[in-house]
Design a protein around this ligand. Structure first.
Ligand SMILES: *[C@@H]1O[C@H](CO)[C@@H](O)[C@H](O)[C@H]1NC(C)=O
Ligand SMILES: *[C@@H]1O[C@H](CO)[C@@H](O)[C@H](O)[C@H]1NC(C)=O
Ligand SMILES: *[C@@H]1O[C@H](CO)[C@@H](O)[C@H](O)[C@H]1NC(C)=O
Ligand SMILES: *[C@@H]1O[C@H](CO)[C@@H](O)[C@H](O)[C@H]1NC(C)=O
Ligand SMILES: *[C@@H]1O[C@H](CO)[C@@H](O)[C@H](O)[C@H]1NC(C)=O
Ligand SMILES: [Zn+2]
Length: 583
């Protein structure tokens, strides 16, 4: 996953904020007292399929049902393979060896890595060894699946199904990793490219992001094949080479190829890295497959003013004026939005429905947030004050990350530039986000009698005082939302519950089921290159630790090895389940 934002621990528990919240909540609590309230935090029995919750805003289904288990038929007749994957020591050892070998091949990519056509050798040097490693470690895969190399070393494996009227499934991961920094090499417990397995954890760059997923998916396929599985539904694997720097060389080309070969909306689903595998929050276990992704845009604002000697300056130099613009923009943060279009909305409905510990006021507010504007406001207050991480699940960000200006201490700055990075909330768009910045630019431009040029359009004519230029870079709209509460979702969630609760930890969850809820991916993934292939895109990698706890991208990246085995077990079961389904 690219660009992981650290989950902040709840930082807003200062007395003043809490007090503020309670005071703000009082009218809502009183008002909501008149609304049907049922969220009293009843714990569920494992076998209870649906939580019997009545609420104003439930549609045809209750809020956040506990998804029933979904198991492949083979589980009833012979569960030995999946149990072997989870708990057999020699399987575990040989699996560790496979992942370790993958970590040992250094496939790091950089922001300034060339395009493949610019320097094919650069890519050969890094990725040919990885290809050869896969070929020698998984000879069966190279037999039963067709392998294609795309744009050099991006890989597509196709295990052809017998029934061509069934939509294929696409499982993806990336071969590349983020670089390590020389300055921090000494801080690693084990060198980053040794892939040390200590019996419990596997350490190294890529062990969590995401060679574990790539190797795990392959292992699942090899186990299926070894057990005589012959797919009805075609299984496609797509492994890019540059996810960490945008995916243009890898996933983008894979996406084009698959679109050409299979057509629009031709896939049953795409599953990529991301999401939260299993987290404990407010007293419940949550699995959060990512069903949405925020958008992104960098807005580059330049200000051109006449130069001159610093001994006769105007009241405001371009640096001064740009500072006023930045203040103006920062003083108006985006509005938080808590709407059912955001996966976070459903996640918190689930927490409110099932958590034994959430305060009644917050619970009631969240459960009624769709129908009742005051409840919505309280829910927003809760999320925005809990931590920055929860705030920005529901709000577009603005961060002035770069500023340049001036050349000399005795010369007026002729050109000053700032770059504002935005992560766009799912209800919004690139256009709406840029428009807000532009509004401030126009306001400041009028005040200082300056022109404004947005992309190629003159919004205000240039003047003798100068002009702003505004353009956007690296923009990506928020991802189309994956539907939830449909059959695809229930199958995914049901297999997740089955694998965690019945196979991996028959005694861990006591009477608490794993609540499978939609989540919003914390960083961006390669999935945007696959948007046309299906509306069912899930960002989900099974395992015990959220990506941030694995130190992905940081020093000491590692995984608990149990997590790796759970990836294999999950795909082993899931692929069997979807094989016998109609689309
Ligand atoms: C696996 O199958 C065996 C034999 O049918 C059964 O006794 C056992 O409970 C099953 N184990 C699990 C974890 O489902
Ligand atoms: C697995 O590897 C460990 C060392 O990490 C070793 O002690 C153990 O004997 C191995 N088990 C099997 C079944 O190979
Ligand atoms: C947003 O879209 C509208 C309608 O297409 C267009 O007129 C406007 O220029 C766009 N704004 C930006 C900032 O691109
Ligand atoms: C494949 O489809 C056939 C016929 O629809 C079905 O009988 C069989 O169980 C399916 N195979 C698997 C592995 O589910
Ligand atoms: C292929 O799948 C379709 C859709 O599920 C089903 O109607 C058809 O019977 C299957 N064909 C075979 C040969 O199994
Ligand atoms: Zn990744």
């Amino acid at each position: 996953m690219v660009d992981i934002e650290k989950q902040q621990s709840a930082s807003a528990t200062t007395t003043s904020k809490l007090l503020h919240f309670i005071i703000r909540s009082i009218p809502a609590i009183i008002l909501l007292g008149f609304i049907a309230i049922t969220g009293s935090g009843v714990l569920l029995n494992k076998d209870q399929d649906y939580f019997p919750l009545s609420s104003k805003n439930c549609g045809s289904r209750p809020l956040c049902p506990i998804i029933p288990y979904v198991r492949p038929d083979s589980y009833h007749s012979d569960n030995s393979t999946v149990l072997k994957i989870i708990s057999d020591e020699s399987f575990r050892n040989s699996s560790a060896k496979k992942l370790s070998g993958a970590v040992r091949i250094k496939t790091d990519v950089y922001d300034d890595s060339p395009l493949v056509k610019e320097d094919p050798k650069y890519w050969d040097d890094k990725f040919k060894p990885f290809y050869e490693y896969l070929e020698s470690t998984f000879p069966n895969l190279f037999e039963f699946a067709e392998v294609e190399r795309i744009n050099g070393w991006a890989l597509v494996f196709t295990w052809k199904g017998s029934n061509h009227s069934l939509k294929p499934i696409l499982l993806t991961a990336h071969q590349d990793v983020v670089p390590t920094q020389d300055a921090t090499l000494k801080d690693w417990t084990y060198p980053p490219y040794e892939g040390v397995y200590d019996g419990e954890h596997l350490w190294g760059r890529g062990s969590a992001d995401c060679k574990n997923l790539l190797i795990g998916v392959i292992e699942a396929l090899e186990e299926l094949h070894a057990n005589g599985f012959k797919p009805n539904r075609t299984i496609v694997l797509g492994f890019g080479i540059d996810e960490e720097i945008g995916g243009e060389r890898g996933a983008s080309k894979i996406g084009e190829k698959l679109l050409e070969k299979y057509g629009k909306s031709s896939f049953y689903a795409v599953i990529d890295e991301g999401g939260q595998s299993l987290i404990e929050q407010e007293g419940i276990f949550l699995a959060l497959p990512g069903t949405g992704e925020k958008g992104i845009v960098n807005v580059v604002i330049g200000l051109n003013t006449p130069g001159g000697h610093s001994s006769v300056p105007p009241d405001h130099t371009s640096i001064g004026i740009l500072s006023k613009l930045i203040s103006s923009i920062e003083d108006e943060p985006f509005h938080a939005i808590f709407s059912p279009r955001n996966p976070t909305f459903h996640e918190y409905q689930c927490i409110a429905t099932h958590s034994p510990s959430l305060s009644p006021a917050v619970r009631t507010a969240i459960l009624n947030a769709e129908a009742n504007p005051l409840a919505n406001e309280v829910a927003i207050e809760y999320l925005t004050h809990q931590s920055l991480a929860t705030r920005y699940l529901i709000e577009t960000t603005q961060a002035v990350d770069l500023i340049h200006g001036g050349a000399k201490s005795n010369a007026l700055p002729e050109y000053t530039e700032a770059v504002i990075n935005h992560r766009i909330s799912v209800e919004s768009s690139v256009n709406e986000t840029v428009s807000k910045d532009l509004r401030h630019v126009l306001k400041i431009a009028k005040r200082f009698n300056l022109g404004v040029l947005y992309e190629d359009t003159e919004l205000l004519p240039k003047t003798d005082a100068g002009y702003f230029t505004v353009h956007k870079e690296g923009s990506l709209e928020p991802a189309p939302l994956t539907p939830v509460n449909d059959k695809h979702w229930d199958i995914l969630g049901g297999v997740i519950r089955h694998v965690y609760e019945e196979v991996a930890y028959p005694s861990k969850f006591d009477d608490k089921p794993v609540v499978v809820a939609p989540g919003i991916a914390t960083g961006n993934t390669d999935t945007h290159w696959y948007w046309p292939l299906t509306e069912h895109i899930y960002r989900y990698r099974p395992g015990l630790t959220p990506t941030v706890e694995t130190h992905a991208h940081g020093v000491d990246e590692h995984i608990p090895f149990d997590s790796h085995l759970q990836i294999i077990a999950f795909y082993y079961q899931y692929l069997q389940v979807i094989d016998s389904l109609e689309d």
